[in-house]
Design a protein around this ligand. Structure first.
Ligand code: TYD
Length: 242
Protein backbone atom coordinates (compact mmCIF):
# COMPACT_ATOMS: atom_id res chain seq x y z
CA UNK A 1 0.00 0.00 0.00
CA UNK A 2 1.06 3.60 -0.57
CA UNK A 3 1.22 6.33 2.02
CA UNK A 4 -2.03 7.91 3.16
CA UNK A 5 -1.96 11.36 4.79
CA UNK A 6 -5.03 13.36 5.76
CA UNK A 7 -5.54 16.92 7.00
CA UNK A 8 -8.09 17.91 9.60
CA UNK A 9 -9.08 21.06 11.42
CA UNK A 10 -11.85 23.50 12.09
CA UNK A 11 -13.14 26.01 9.55
CA UNK A 12 -10.40 28.49 8.63
CA UNK A 13 -7.64 26.44 10.28
CA UNK A 14 -5.42 26.53 7.19
CA UNK A 15 -5.47 22.80 6.47
CA UNK A 16 -6.24 23.25 2.78
CA UNK A 17 -3.21 25.54 2.37
CA UNK A 18 -1.00 23.01 4.14
CA UNK A 19 -2.38 20.03 2.21
CA UNK A 20 -1.55 21.87 -1.03
CA UNK A 21 1.92 22.82 0.19
CA UNK A 22 2.74 19.21 1.04
CA UNK A 23 1.36 18.05 -2.29
CA UNK A 24 3.59 20.57 -4.13
CA UNK A 25 6.66 19.49 -2.19
CA UNK A 26 6.10 15.80 -2.93
CA UNK A 27 5.57 16.50 -6.60
CA UNK A 28 8.80 18.46 -6.78
CA UNK A 29 10.52 15.40 -5.30
CA UNK A 30 8.94 13.25 -8.03
CA UNK A 31 6.66 11.22 -5.81
CA UNK A 32 3.48 9.92 -7.46
CA UNK A 33 1.05 11.84 -5.35
CA UNK A 34 -2.68 12.51 -5.47
CA UNK A 35 -4.37 15.43 -3.70
CA UNK A 36 -8.07 15.05 -3.07
CA UNK A 37 -10.74 16.55 -0.90
CA UNK A 38 -13.88 15.82 1.12
CA UNK A 39 -16.63 16.35 0.40
CA UNK A 40 -15.73 16.37 -3.27
CA UNK A 41 -13.01 14.55 -5.17
CA UNK A 42 -15.46 12.60 -7.35
CA UNK A 43 -18.37 13.59 -9.57
CA UNK A 44 -20.85 12.41 -6.94
CA UNK A 45 -18.86 14.09 -4.17
CA UNK A 46 -18.80 17.44 -5.98
CA UNK A 47 -22.55 17.28 -6.44
CA UNK A 48 -23.05 16.62 -2.74
CA UNK A 49 -20.52 19.31 -1.83
CA UNK A 50 -22.53 21.90 -3.71
CA UNK A 51 -25.58 20.89 -1.71
CA UNK A 52 -23.80 20.68 1.63
CA UNK A 53 -21.95 23.98 1.40
CA UNK A 54 -24.76 26.08 -0.08
CA UNK A 55 -26.56 27.72 2.85
CA UNK A 56 -29.74 27.94 0.74
CA UNK A 57 -30.05 24.31 -0.28
CA UNK A 58 -30.54 22.76 3.13
CA UNK A 59 -33.30 25.17 4.06
CA UNK A 60 -36.83 25.12 2.71
CA UNK A 61 -39.96 26.95 3.73
CA UNK A 62 -42.95 24.63 3.82
CA UNK A 63 -46.37 24.94 5.37
CA UNK A 64 -46.74 23.13 8.69
CA UNK A 65 -49.82 21.45 7.28
CA UNK A 66 -49.08 19.30 4.19
CA UNK A 67 -52.54 19.97 2.76
CA UNK A 68 -51.47 23.62 2.38
CA UNK A 69 -48.52 22.79 0.15
CA UNK A 70 -50.18 24.77 -2.66
CA UNK A 71 -49.39 27.89 -0.62
CA UNK A 72 -45.72 27.47 -1.43
CA UNK A 73 -45.99 29.01 -4.82
CA UNK A 74 -43.27 31.47 -5.65
CA UNK A 75 -42.90 34.28 -4.95
CA UNK A 76 -43.07 33.89 -1.19
CA UNK A 77 -43.02 37.35 0.33
CA UNK A 78 -40.72 38.46 3.11
CA UNK A 79 -43.52 37.93 5.61
CA UNK A 80 -43.93 34.21 6.18
CA UNK A 81 -47.46 33.02 6.75
CA UNK A 82 -47.89 32.06 10.43
CA UNK A 83 -48.36 28.39 9.60
CA UNK A 84 -45.17 28.14 7.62
CA UNK A 85 -42.22 26.39 9.23
CA UNK A 86 -38.58 26.40 8.32
CA UNK A 87 -37.19 22.96 7.46
CA UNK A 88 -33.46 22.46 7.40
CA UNK A 89 -31.47 19.36 6.49
CA UNK A 90 -31.88 16.84 9.32
CA UNK A 91 -28.55 16.12 11.08
CA UNK A 92 -28.83 12.41 10.22
CA UNK A 93 -29.47 13.22 6.57
CA UNK A 94 -26.41 15.52 6.58
CA UNK A 95 -24.37 12.74 8.18
CA UNK A 96 -25.35 10.28 5.46
CA UNK A 97 -24.58 12.78 2.69
CA UNK A 98 -20.99 13.17 3.94
CA UNK A 99 -20.69 9.40 4.14
CA UNK A 100 -21.97 8.87 0.62
CA UNK A 101 -19.30 11.28 -0.64
CA UNK A 102 -16.65 9.44 1.40
CA UNK A 103 -17.69 5.96 0.26
CA UNK A 104 -17.40 7.05 -3.37
CA UNK A 105 -14.05 8.77 -2.83
CA UNK A 106 -12.52 5.75 -1.08
CA UNK A 107 -13.70 3.38 -3.78
CA UNK A 108 -12.87 5.55 -6.76
CA UNK A 109 -9.74 7.47 -5.69
CA UNK A 110 -8.17 6.58 -2.35
CA UNK A 111 -8.07 2.79 -2.44
CA UNK A 112 -6.99 2.31 -6.08
CA UNK A 113 -4.17 4.85 -5.75
CA UNK A 114 -2.91 3.39 -2.49
CA UNK A 115 -2.93 -0.04 -4.12
CA UNK A 116 -0.59 1.39 -6.78
CA UNK A 117 1.87 2.44 -4.04
CA UNK A 118 1.08 6.10 -4.58
CA UNK A 119 0.93 8.76 -1.89
CA UNK A 120 -2.58 10.04 -1.27
CA UNK A 121 -3.24 13.33 0.51
CA UNK A 122 -6.83 14.01 1.50
CA UNK A 123 -8.22 17.31 2.79
CA UNK A 124 -10.64 15.97 5.47
CA UNK A 125 -11.61 12.34 6.04
CA UNK A 126 -13.48 10.20 8.58
CA UNK A 127 -12.48 12.26 11.68
CA UNK A 128 -14.27 15.31 10.20
CA UNK A 129 -17.53 13.44 10.61
CA UNK A 130 -16.72 12.40 14.18
CA UNK A 131 -15.78 15.99 15.07
CA UNK A 132 -18.57 17.85 13.20
CA UNK A 133 -21.53 15.47 13.25
CA UNK A 134 -20.52 13.60 16.43
CA UNK A 135 -19.15 16.27 18.76
CA UNK A 136 -20.57 19.30 16.92
CA UNK A 137 -24.10 18.11 16.16
CA UNK A 138 -23.99 15.58 18.99
CA UNK A 139 -25.09 12.54 17.02
CA UNK A 140 -24.30 9.13 18.48
CA UNK A 141 -20.57 8.40 18.19
CA UNK A 142 -20.95 4.61 17.89
CA UNK A 143 -23.30 5.12 14.98
CA UNK A 144 -20.82 7.45 13.27
CA UNK A 145 -17.90 5.09 13.81
CA UNK A 146 -19.87 2.25 12.29
CA UNK A 147 -20.92 4.37 9.33
CA UNK A 148 -17.33 5.55 8.83
CA UNK A 149 -16.17 1.94 8.83
CA UNK A 150 -18.55 1.16 5.98
CA UNK A 151 -17.59 4.26 3.97
CA UNK A 152 -13.82 3.87 4.41
CA UNK A 153 -13.67 0.06 3.99
CA UNK A 154 -11.51 0.20 7.11
CA UNK A 155 -8.77 2.21 5.36
CA UNK A 156 -7.04 4.43 7.92
CA UNK A 157 -4.52 7.18 7.29
CA UNK A 158 -0.86 6.59 8.18
CA UNK A 159 -0.75 10.18 9.39
CA UNK A 160 -3.49 12.64 10.34
CA UNK A 161 -2.36 16.26 10.55
CA UNK A 162 -4.60 18.36 12.79
CA UNK A 163 -4.38 22.13 12.40
CA UNK A 164 -5.63 23.16 15.80
CA UNK A 165 -6.94 26.70 16.15
CA UNK A 166 -9.32 28.61 18.42
CA UNK A 167 -12.69 28.82 16.64
CA UNK A 168 -12.77 32.62 17.07
CA UNK A 169 -9.55 32.90 15.07
CA UNK A 170 -10.49 30.32 12.42
CA UNK A 171 -13.94 31.77 11.82
CA UNK A 172 -12.63 35.35 11.70
CA UNK A 173 -10.10 34.33 9.05
CA UNK A 174 -12.71 32.50 7.03
CA UNK A 175 -15.34 35.19 7.17
CA UNK A 176 -13.16 38.28 6.89
CA UNK A 177 -12.87 37.46 3.19
CA UNK A 178 -16.65 37.27 2.89
CA UNK A 179 -17.14 40.55 4.75
CA UNK A 180 -18.86 38.86 7.68
CA UNK A 181 -17.53 40.07 11.01
CA UNK A 182 -19.63 38.39 13.68
CA UNK A 183 -20.61 34.91 14.82
CA UNK A 184 -23.38 34.05 17.20
CA UNK A 185 -22.97 32.15 20.47
CA UNK A 186 -24.56 28.99 19.17
CA UNK A 187 -22.20 28.88 16.21
CA UNK A 188 -19.21 29.44 18.44
CA UNK A 189 -20.32 26.72 20.86
CA UNK A 190 -20.67 24.31 17.92
CA UNK A 191 -17.15 25.03 16.69
CA UNK A 192 -15.75 24.71 20.22
CA UNK A 193 -17.26 21.23 20.44
CA UNK A 194 -15.72 20.37 17.05
CA UNK A 195 -12.29 21.47 18.26
CA UNK A 196 -12.66 19.54 21.49
CA UNK A 197 -13.71 16.46 19.50
CA UNK A 198 -10.61 16.65 17.33
CA UNK A 199 -8.32 16.98 20.33
CA UNK A 200 -9.91 13.96 21.99
CA UNK A 201 -9.44 11.86 18.85
CA UNK A 202 -5.79 12.91 18.65
CA UNK A 203 -5.19 12.10 22.31
CA UNK A 204 -6.70 8.64 21.89
CA UNK A 205 -4.29 7.75 19.05
CA UNK A 206 -1.18 9.91 19.46
CA UNK A 207 0.92 7.70 17.15
CA UNK A 208 -1.29 8.47 14.16
CA UNK A 209 -1.93 12.19 14.76
CA UNK A 210 0.27 15.24 14.46
CA UNK A 211 -1.30 18.19 16.27
CA UNK A 212 0.03 21.54 15.10
CA UNK A 213 -0.84 24.94 16.52
CA UNK A 214 -2.55 26.50 13.49
CA UNK A 215 -1.98 30.07 14.67
CA UNK A 216 1.74 29.85 13.83
CA UNK A 217 3.22 31.23 10.60
CA UNK A 218 2.45 29.18 7.49
CA UNK A 219 6.08 28.39 6.67
CA UNK A 220 6.78 27.17 10.18
CA UNK A 221 3.77 24.84 10.09
CA UNK A 222 4.84 23.57 6.68
CA UNK A 223 8.25 22.66 8.08
CA UNK A 224 6.80 20.90 11.14
CA UNK A 225 4.63 18.77 8.87
CA UNK A 226 7.56 17.99 6.61
CA UNK A 227 9.69 16.88 9.57
CA UNK A 228 7.02 14.30 10.35
CA UNK A 229 6.38 13.20 6.76
CA UNK A 230 10.00 12.83 5.59
CA UNK A 231 10.81 9.75 7.75
CA UNK A 232 7.51 8.13 6.71
CA UNK A 233 8.50 8.52 3.05
CA UNK A 234 11.87 6.94 3.69
CA UNK A 235 10.34 3.97 5.46
CA UNK A 236 8.33 2.95 2.38
CA UNK A 237 8.93 1.85 -1.18
CA UNK A 238 6.68 4.47 -2.75
CA UNK A 239 6.01 4.99 -6.41
CA UNK A 240 7.85 7.84 -8.14
CA UNK A 241 7.33 9.53 -11.48
CA UNK A 242 9.89 8.65 -14.14
P1 TYD B 1 -14.20 22.32 3.84
O1 TYD B 1 -14.41 22.57 2.41
O2 TYD B 1 -13.00 21.57 4.24
O3 TYD B 1 -14.29 23.74 4.55
P2 TYD B 1 -13.18 24.64 5.22
O4 TYD B 1 -11.99 24.64 4.30
O5 TYD B 1 -13.86 25.95 5.32
O6 TYD B 1 -12.90 24.02 6.54
O7 TYD B 1 -15.47 21.58 4.45
C1 TYD B 1 -16.75 22.09 4.24
C2 TYD B 1 -17.59 21.97 5.49
O8 TYD B 1 -18.06 20.63 5.67
C3 TYD B 1 -16.85 22.32 6.79
O9 TYD B 1 -17.64 23.24 7.53
C4 TYD B 1 -16.77 21.02 7.53
C5 TYD B 1 -17.93 20.23 7.02
N1 TYD B 1 -17.81 18.76 7.12
C6 TYD B 1 -18.61 18.07 8.03
O10 TYD B 1 -19.40 18.68 8.78
N2 TYD B 1 -18.51 16.69 8.10
C7 TYD B 1 -17.69 15.97 7.29
O11 TYD B 1 -17.64 14.72 7.38
C8 TYD B 1 -16.87 16.70 6.33
C9 TYD B 1 -15.95 15.95 5.40
C10 TYD B 1 -16.96 18.09 6.29
Amino acid sequence: MGLFITFEGGDGSGKTTQARALYGRLRRKNYSVILTQEPGGTHLGRMLRRWLTDPQSGVAVLPAEPSQLHLVEPPIGDQLLPDMVLHSTAPRAELLLFLIARAQLVDEVIRPNLLQEKTVICDRYAPSTVAYQGYGRQLNLDLINEANEIATQGIKPDLIVLLDIAPEEGLSRKWAAAGRMYFDDEELAFHRRVRDGYLRLAQAEPGRWLVVDGSQPKKKIEQMIWDKVAPLLESRELRREK
